[in-house]
Ligand binder design. Structure first.
Ligand SMILES: Cc1ncc(COP(=O)(O)O)c(C=O)c1O
Length: 307
């Protein structure tokens, strides 16, 4: 973070002032990317602050830990309660981003990280609004292929994995796009550097399945449920690059990005350069749920009130 977020961070179960939360330069994660983390959002509305799918995010960081043998010295409940208590301690009432991270500390310079390696878990929070232009974004296919399960497993949300996302983002920005789309090792559409992708063709919604090297996004999962509840057919299967060019609609999903329409791919216009109707109907329902005030009863368990 370039600037200070909240007054305190949650550091191994204790509140520490933001400026005083420091780590040694020999921290293993700094050298080798040995960290696992989450990105969670809380939405401020008139009556409360609601965390979206808190348990799902914390369960995923534990799964990431299993994959890389990085131990989290707390229970799922401890971290969930830690997040809620941090938001209260910092008196946060407006929309914010929550970043829990567990990283390998003073392990030495060898790479044999195990469940005995020392780790720390920190939660930081900072105010956060929109990530992308809500009117839609233009994307370009990256020449960098998405990492694969046989190398650095993309289903783990781990620090080192994001170097792949950095390369794709740098390239797309150099080429004047808002966001990159990466192909998997076989040339099928995988995902964006920090979002999952969906396309709409003849009113059917498609999204790449697990075999396309994706992070199993929590927003992706939410959108699959909402789309079905709205009566749309949704299919998880490999998607080829050219299917993007002829899609009726495309949208990206992610905690930071939320649901954002794609209005162009590689210089080809999608859905007349506007957010498509199906994208719009799913996005509106999503927004109704996350802000907490008008959340339909059937989705009430997805949001956790802070106050
Ligand atoms: C590589 C990648 N794919 C997809 C996503 C979307 O996941 P989620 O909806 O859980 O935020 C993210 C963000 O966490 C991501 O970093």
């Amino acid at each position: 973070m370039k600037t200070k977020g909240a007054q305190y961070v949650w550091f191994d179960g204790k509140f520490v002032e933001w400026e005083k939360a420091q780590i040694p330069i020999t921290t293993h994660a700094l050298h080798y990317g040995t960290s696992i983390f989450e990105g969670v959002r809380a939405y401020g509305s008139k009556d409360n602050l609601y965390i979206f799918k808190l348990r799902e995010h914390i369960e995923r960081i534990f799964r990431s830990g299993i994959i890389y043998s990085i131990k989290i010295n707390h229970s799922i409940e401890d971290i969930m309660n830690g997040i809620i208590s941090l938001l209260r301690k910092c008196n946060i009432r407006e929309s914010c981003y929550i970043r829990p991270i567990t990283f390998v500390g003073l392990h030495g310079i060898d790479l044999n990280v195990s469940l005995n390696s020392p780790t720390h878990t920190v939660v930081i929070v900072f105010p956060f609004a929109r990530y992308f232009d809500p009117n839609g974004i233009k994307v370009g296919i990256s020449s960098w292929r998405r990492i694969h399960d046989s190398a650095t497993p993309p289903i783990a949300k781990a620090g080192g994995n994001y170097l792949n996302s950095v390369l794709a983002t740098q390239e797309c920005k150099r080429n004047g796009y808002d966001e990159a789309i990466m192909l998997d090792k076989d040339g099928n559409v995988s995902e964006a550097p920090g979002e999952n992708i969906f396309i709409v063709k003849n009113k059917v919604i498609y999204t790449p399945d697990m075999s396309s090297s994706i992070l199993m996004g929590i927003t992706r999962d939410t959108v699959i449920t909402l789309a079905r509840d709205l009566g749309y057919e949704i299919v998880e299967r490999p998607i080829s690059r050219t299917e993007l060019y002829i899609a009726d609609e495309i949208f990206l999903t992610g905690t930071a990005a939320e649901i954002v329409g794609v209005t162009g791919v590689d210089g080809r216009e999608i859905s007349n350069g506007r957010e498509g109707d199906i994208t719009s109907s799913i996005r509106k329902l999503y927004e109704k749920i996350v802000f907490g005030e008008k959340t339909p009863e059937k989705y009430a368990s997805w949001i956790t009130p802070v106050w």
